[in-house]
Design a protein around this ligand. Structure first.
Ligand code: PMP
Length: 388
């Protein structure tokens, strides 16, 4: 057991994961319960217990669909966004390879997009990795120039997990649809933070994760456009669940949790974003006068909860260990060890600044008092390190 008296660092790493919202936990608990509550069944079973579990699963599917304005039947459950990205990219490449073997992505994508692309290169596909501008945004002319006769898929994330930079998915969708190229979007870091309307966006595939939206880890979803029908080759075989696109017993409690998390986001997103923007800006104004400090990535096209900054004269590793009262990170939690962030390097930021980068991300449970303490702490630590 952890000693609760030990002061925990202030949690400012909401882009790595979010804690479960207690309201989500309450919704999940009965599904982990005993035989007496009648909802523990396998949602695929054709009896009372199965039907009751399935009700929870379908209610959750509808809640996810509501946040992004799509039909629930277009949502496929997965074990997380890593699996959703794999299913979208390898699944589309597997089905449409007779039409072409060229894909386009960006160097600043998450590893769960880049690695499936790299894998496809070993299977005879060609991938163009776009270099973003210095603010992290993709130049749409460069995207258009990369289109080829044999391009079958463009995969571009909506909000970056290190910088929070938001790409113009509406415009990208116009370009890909006009050419008949599929568009997959990793929306892990944008869902529940900015409005997503799949009736308007010309997106064919979109990936989501539960644990970035105050839901549980180990659950995600893939939106698959159905009109006209889009085909994917399943990546997991072994059962007829999820229209044979994703075999495996549905993890009812996880799905119910993700559904509730997305439902809360639908209700609270606008107010929450305003509050986080205020706190994020307060934090930035409270530290920027320290000087020799760079804000990495566009400040305007950016998710409200993110700051990514580098000090010219202080090593990232040293700073991170001195800021031990804060739980913040260097890059993505999916990257091992301290190395210059490939995301920042792709934006043309020097290796030194990329190595010195700190990602600070705020969330639902961040208080103004915590931000005030964080400002004081960073000022104190930076000034002390500079004197030593
Ligand atoms: N894409 C992005 C942008 C992410 O930030 C993450 C999580 N770090 C993932 C995909 C993978 O999501 P999951 O943890 O659900 O597999």
């Amino acid at each position: 057991m952890k000693n609760n008296k030990v002061t925990q660092p202030i949690y400012l790493d909401y882009m790595a994961t979010t804690p479960l919202d207690p309201r989500v936990l309450q919704k999940m608990l009965p599904y982990l319960g005993s035989v007496s509550n009648g909802i523990f069944g396998n949602p695929s079973s054709n009896h009372y217990y199965g039907y009751h579990a399935k009700e929870g699963v379908e209610e959750a599917r509808a809640k996810v669909a509501t946040l992004i304005n799509c039909d629930p039947k277009n949502i496929i459950w997965t074990s997380g966004a890593t699996e959703a990205n794999n299913l979208a990219i390898k699944g589309a490449a597997g089905f449409y390879n007779r039409q072409g073997k060229h894909l386009i992505t960006c160097k600043t994508e998450h590893k769960s997009v880049l690695d499936p692309c790299k894998y496809l290169e070993t299977c005879g596909f060609e991938v163009t990795y776009l270099t973003p501008e210095t603010d992290g945004l993709i130049n749409l002319n460069k995207l258009e120039q990369a289109f080829r006769q044999d391009t079958i898929l463009v995969t571009i994330m909506q909000a970056n997990n290190e910088t929070g930079v938001i790409q113009d998915i509406a415009k990208i969708g116009e370009l890909t649809r006009a050419k008949g190229i599929l568009l997959h979007v990793d929306a892990v870091q944008s869902a529940g933070k900015i409005p997503i309307d799949l009736q308007k966006l010309k997106v064919d595939l979109m990936s989501f994760s539960g644990h970035k939206v105050y839901g549980p880890k180990g659950v995600g979803a893939l939106y698959i456009r159905s009109q006209p029908k889009l085909h994917l080759i399943a990546q997991i075989h072994g059962g007829s669940q999820e229209h044979e696109l994703r075999a495996g017993t549905l993890a009812t409690h996880q799905l119910v949790g993700m559904g509730e998390a997305f439902h809360l986001a639908s209700k609270e997103m606008t107010e929450e974003s305003d509050r986080l923007l205020f706190l994020r800006n307060k934090l930035w104004h409270g530290i920027k006068n320290l000087g020799n400090i760079h804000l990495n990535g566009s400040i305007t096209n950016r998710i409200a909860n993110n700051l990514n900054l580098s000090f010219d004269d202080i090593e990232g590793e040293l700073l991170l260990s001195a800021l031990k009262d804060l739980a913040i990170s260097h890059t993505s939690a999916c990257i091992k060890g301290i190395e210059p962030s490939y995301v920042l390097k792709a934006m043309g930021i020097s290796s030194k600044l990329a190595l010195n980068a700190l990602r600070i991300s705020l969330g639902r449970f961040t208080t103004e008092k915590e931000i005030d303490t964080t400002i004081k702490h960073i000022n104190h630590v930076v000034m002390t390190l500079r004197r030593s």
